[in-house]
Design a protein around this ligand. Sequence first.
Ligand code: HEC
Length: 93
Amino acid sequence: MSYQSKLVAVGFLLIAGATAQAAEFDAADYHSTQCTSCHGTEVYTREDRRVSSLSELQAQVERCDANLATKLFPEDLAALVDHLNDNYYKFDK
Ligand code: HEC
């Protein structure tokens, strides 16, 4: 392989890697790093929790996320809502 084509190959791998990373959103990881600065997971399971339906959960996650500078894509927000619902709220879908 020539020097030049090796450079092209490396460049291609870098682009492919960056694309794969952008497409992969880890809701559990995002939650533990971004969402626990104001409250922990105990607000999701406390006796008098405020969220009582899947649509309320969606709205609350959006409101809370708006406080962060990360600006999630809608599909990432949906994954985050799923994560909270699967682990804490368990509303029927
Ligand atoms: C800037 C502070 C802040 C950040 C960051 C934050 N929240 Fe909140 N969150 C709040 C406050 C304040 C409440 C209301 C707590 C209360 O009612 O006692 C709340 C409540 C909630 C509730 C409702 C709990 C219930 O009573 O059922 C959910 C769900 C929630 N947050 C999810 C998230 C998620 C997901 C993230 C990360 C994207 C996040 N929060 C990040 C401040 C924050």
